[in-house]
Structure formats: structure tokens, C-alpha cells
Design a protein around this ligand. Structure first.
Ligand code: B1M
Length: 210
């Protein structure tokens, strides 16, 4: 039986070597990769967030925890299943301008790739004009915007406005997500959809294609 709480503790303690060891042991014991991701890594990162908010963990430690998590996500990546989306679909994904959080966005990117889409991961701190330029360059059909800060959520609206102004709104479906984002916010800013997590983001993107 996999001890997911030990993984959470290793992540909270920023102990990358221990975390990697626990993930590899769990995989050797046939624990499903998706359970390791959700019950070990994401659950641990939620505690990191709570501690950060309470002032019990500081930025350098949170960065170390993020690095340990990214390392383990890399191990799980090939195991999270591969499907065929049925057609070549160019997807752009990026964290909006002013926001440097990338773990969730990278998970969404990974799940969409696993679902057979061609994902162009633009990175973090991406301005509206860069999204517009990349839609043209990559001939994108889906644009995914990620934001983790309440202060950067308005940048999602500014990005959508820029896409409208560039005359590209009919070419792309726009999805938004990130911890503070809600369906109501997505509706308010004129997005085509919202997904609360990486798995449902990939599923929703497939419905948009079809
Ligand atoms: Co930041 N941070 N942070 N941080 N950080 C939060 C978001 C915060 C909630 C922590 C807290 O106070 N409890 C808080 C925001 C408060 C608010 O806005 N209301 C916060 C703050 C305040 C800050 C700083 C301002 C702190 C400071 O400097 N004083 C600063 C801002 C920097 C900036 O961006 N300009 C900052 C910095 C950082 C670090 C750099 C140290 C680090 C990021 C490292 C990195 O990403 N490489 C960091 C981290 C790690 C966090 C927490 C602890 C964890 C975020 C995370 O990776 N979660 C976070 C607290 C928390 O969320 N519990 C916090 C795991 C990840 C898998 O979940 O990203 O939610 P998440 O992604 C999910 C879904 O949201 C969804 O799918 C993902 C997977 O299921 N999803 C999408 C995400 N994007 C999507 C896009 C889609 C669809 C779904 O498109 C369609």
C-alpha cells in the first residue's frame, strides 16, 4: 500500500532525493501514476501553499519544493497515458503576463500532449501581444491561459481583448484555468471554457476540437 503522506512530507520538507525515491518505489509497487500525482504531489503542494500563506514557508523553500515536484512530474510524464485526439490540433498554452507560476500550466500541457494534441508551451509571463503573435505563427486553434494570482487574472481578459482586436477570435477557442479562476470568471471575460485541473482541461479541449 503506497504511503502518499510520506510523499507529501518529503515535498513539504523540500527533500527532492527522498521524494524521487518514494515516487520510484511507489511505481515499482504498481501504484498508478495518476494517484501519485494527485494524492502525493498535488496534495503536498497544497500544504506548501497553506504554509506559505501562514508565513511558515518562504519563497526559497517553496521554489525548492516546486523543483522537487517538477522532477517527479518528469518521471510520471511517460506513464500518464497516451491517446489519439484524432487530428492535428495546435494548442498554445502560457501563464499570463506578471505571473511566474508554471507547475500547473506544465501539467495541463503534458496532459494535452498525452491526449494527442500538439502543444506549444510558451512559458510564463506571456503578454497579450505575444499570444497574438504566436496564434498567427503556430496557426493555433486552442489557446490556454493560466493564472495563479488574483492580481494577474485581469491579464486574462486583456489577453482575450487583444485576440479580439487582432481579428483572431473566430480562429481560436480560449480556455482559462489556475487556482483562483472560476467558471463564472471565465464566462465574464468571454472565454470559451474553464477547467479546474489538468485532466479535465485535456478532456475539455478534446470536446472543443470535436
Ligand atoms: Co506563489 N502564490 N507566489 N509561488 N504559489 C500561490 C498561488 C498562493 C495561493 C500561495 C498562498 O499565499 N497561499 C499566492 C496567491 C494568492 C492570491 O493571489 N490570492 C501566491 C503568492 C502570493 C505568490 C507571490 C506574490 C509571493 C511573493 O513574492 N510574496 C509570488 C508571485 C510571483 C509571480 O508570479 N509574479 C509567488 C511566487 C511563487 C514561487 C515562484 C515561489 C512558486 C512558483 C514556482 C513555479 O511555479 N515554478 C510559488 C508556488 C509554488 C505557489 C504555490 C505554493 C503552489 C502552486 C502550484 O504549483 N500548485 C501556490 C499555493 C497553491 O496553489 N496551493 C502559490 C500545484 C499545481 C499543480 O496546481 O498551479 O493550481 P495549480 O494548477 C492546477 C489547476 O489550477 C489547473 O490545473 C493544474 C493541475 O491540476 N490549471 C489549469 C492551472 N493552469 C491551468 C490552465 C488551464 C486549465 C487548468 O487552461 C485552460
Amino acid at each position: 500500500m503506497t504511503d502518499f503522506s510520506a510523499m507529501q512530507d518529503a515535498l513539504i520538507n523540500c527533500d527532492q532525493d527522498k521524494l524521487v525515491g518514494l515516487v520510484n518505489t511507489a511505481l515499482a509497487d504498481d501504484a498508478p501514476a495518476v494517484d501519485i500525482l494527485n494524492q502525493g504531489l498535488i496534495a503536498g503542494m497544497d500544504v506548501v501553499g497553506e504554509r506559505m500563506e501562514e508565513g511558515d514557508m518562504f519563497i526559497p523553500e517553496v521554489l525548492m519544493a516546486a523543483k522537487a515536484m517538477a522532477e517527479c512530474v518528469g518521471i510520471l510524464r511517460p506513464l500518464l497515458g497516451e491517446e489519439d485526439a484524432g487530428q492535428e490540433t495546435n494548442v498554445l498554452i502560457g501563464t499570463v503576463k506578471g505571473d511566474l507560476h508554471d507547475i500547473g500550466k506544465n501539467l495541463v500541457s503534458m496532459m494535452m500532449e498525452s491526449a494527442g494534441m500538439t502543444v506549444h508551451n510558451l512559458g510564463v509571463d506571456i503578454g497579450p501581444e505575444d499570444f497574438v503573435a504566436q496564434i498567427k505563427e503556430k496557426d493555433a486553434r486552442i489557446v490556454c491561459l493560466s493564472a495563479l494570482l488574483t492580481t494577474t487574472m485581469p491579464m486574462m481578459k486583456q489577453t482575450i481583448d487583444a485576440i479580439v482586436e487582432a481579428g483572431l477570435r473566430d480562429q481560436v477557442k480560449i480556455m482559462v484555468g489556475g487556482a483562483p479562476v472560476t467558471q463564472a470568471f471565465a464566462d465574464d471575460i468571454g472565454a470559451d471554457g474553464f477547467a479546474p485541473d489538468a485532466g479535465s482541461a485535456a478532456k475539455f479541449a478534446k470536446t472543443l476540437i470535436n
